[in-house]
Design a protein. Structure first.
Length: 231
């Protein structure tokens, strides 16, 4: 790790170390990164990698991994990697790789604008916590992108901050549709009173015409047909 930090300092790249998967997921959602280096021996590393790609669609995000000779590389995760570094890290391997990254970023860095606001969603599903990214919110529920496909289920716990605020929404939801890439629509079956108050205020301030309140929860193809018919 010290060799990696020294090389990044030497080529003038700002870096941040995250000490838990939750910290790393929060960082890739809410901050602007162009390089992510994962230690494949740490827990929930697939969730971090998947969320990084979900949070920056269309952007030039390089994802690398640090491995040992005993590290298993699954096909799913390996397909998302641009490079691999072997531990213990050696300067002759790390430096050429990161210098190539720095050159490629000069051209790519500002090509695709980052979305203005995002909200990280924590799902309590089947006894585990799963991160997701809110794509749209209405008074009836939330459309989101999870790091793995969701099963159709009732009584899914949901927690997230309303985009652009510090107000937390806590609800029990039903997964009303789900796709293989992790996109899903969740219907609010139970909202805490405070969450309902914050949600209504947020919607009034940002969406004075709530005509799309139901449509945002539909699967993408059905949503497109509904929008076309409305026109």
């Amino acid at each position: 790790m010290l060799q990696l930090q020294t090389t990044l300092d030497g080529i003038g790249v700002d870096w941040q170390v995250c000490y838990s998967p939750e910290e790393a997921i929060d960082a890739v959602v809410h901050q602007d990164y162009s390089l992510l280096i994962l230690d494949l021996e740490l827990p929930k590393v697939r969730q971090v990698a998947r969320m990084a790609h979900v949070a920056a669609p269309g952007q030039r995000l390089l994802v690398g991994a640090m491995i040992t000779g005993a590290t298993p590389l699954s096909a799913a995760l390996e397909s998302d990697l641009h490079f691999v570094l072997h531990k213990p890290l050696e300067a002759e391997e790390v430096e050429p790789c990161l210098h190539a990254y720095k050159r490629s970023m000069r051209a790519e860095r500002r090509r695709v604008p980052r979305p203005e606001m995002k909200s990280l969603v924590q799902l309590e599903l089947a006894g585990k916590t799963l991160p997701a990214l809110a794509r749209d919110v209405s008074e009836h529920g939330v459309a989101l992108q999870a790091v793995e496909p969701l099963t159709r289920a009732h009584d899914v716990g949901v927690r997230f901050l309303l985009p652009g605020t510090q107000h937390k929404v806590e609800a029990v939801c039903e997964v009303i549709w789900s796709e293989a890439d992790g996109r899903a629509g969740l219907f609010f079956s139970d909202l805490t009173p405070l969450s309902r108050k914050y949600l209504r205020q947020w919607l009034v301030e940002r969406r004075p015409n709530p005509e799309n309140a139901v449509r945002v929860l539909l699967p993408p193809l059905q949503r497109w047909f509904t929008h076309t018919a409305a026109r």
